[in-house]
Design a protein around this ligand. Structure first.
Ligand code: SF4
Length: 218
């Protein structure tokens, strides 16, 4: 467990509700048109900035559209489009293996359950949540990415270290009507206000936030 001030359940709910209302239009950051695109973007996004993924995917998505297209590609073929993305070789291999599974086991359709999605290479619970929400409108949990990890601690919402444990804490606090875009609310807040040196003077939750780990603020 991390050391810091954990908000009471009531205060945590109040803080998350304020943020969710403040950023109610926050949306998923990665570009995609189909569930297949979304699986690929999700695999590419691990430890990679959204902007880098969005810069690489238009040409990739124009060339490869179906699970079979990817399943029949070689690593070198995909590398032509994703070489600027971190761990590109591993990600290309995961994409090809995931698409082979989707092609053979699910008849080319991206599965729509958590259990099936997390079996795909390169897909963990965070990305599976993202696929369920954005491809199928199924809200089973809250995706916890690097912004979620950083800000859940800073805002006193969870002292867990593991993102899946953090997700369980958040699911107890955040009103279920906000789960579908909570990850994007947090990311938008992090990018706009709660940066490395947070702009607390402009923050809508300044009066409640315990500011765990904040050494300097504006
Ligand atoms: S900007 Fe400051 S007050 Fe707002 S959430 Fe971040 S650390 Fe807390």
């Amino acid at each position: 467990m991390l050391k810091g001030k954990l908000l009471s359940p009531n205060k945590a709910k109040e803080l998350t509700t304020i943020l969710c209302e403040h950023y109610k239009d926050a949306k998923y950051y990665l570009n995609f048109k189909t569930p297949i695109d979304l699986v690929v973007a999700g695999i590419l996004s691990a430890q990679t900035r959204d902007e880098a993924v969005n810069a690489s995917t238009p040409k990739l998505f124009a060339k490869y559209k179906t699970a079979k297209d990817y399943a029949e590609a070689g690593v070198e073929d995909l590398m032509k489009y994703i070489s600027r993305i971190s761990f590109a070789g591993n990600k290309a291999r995961n994409i090809i293996m995931a698409m082979k599974l989707i092609s053979e086991k699910y008849n080319g359709k991206v599965p729509n359950s958590m259990e099936e999605l997390v079996e795909l290479p390169g897909i963990g619970r965070k990305t599976a949540n993202t696929i369920l929400i954005n491809a199928y409108g199924i809200v089973e949990g809250i995706p916890v990415d690097t912004w979620g990890i950083k800000l859940s601690y800073r805002l006193g919402l969870s002292m867990q270290k593991d993102p899946e444990d953090m997700e369980q804490d958040l699911m107890k606090i955040v009103d279920k009507k906000y789960w579908h875009n909570f990850a994007y609310v947090i990311k938008t807040h992090g990018k706009q206000i709660c940066q490395t040196v947070p702009i607390c003077s402009k923050c809508p939750v300044n009066a409640i936030c315990p500011k765990n780990g904040v050494a300097k603020q504006l």
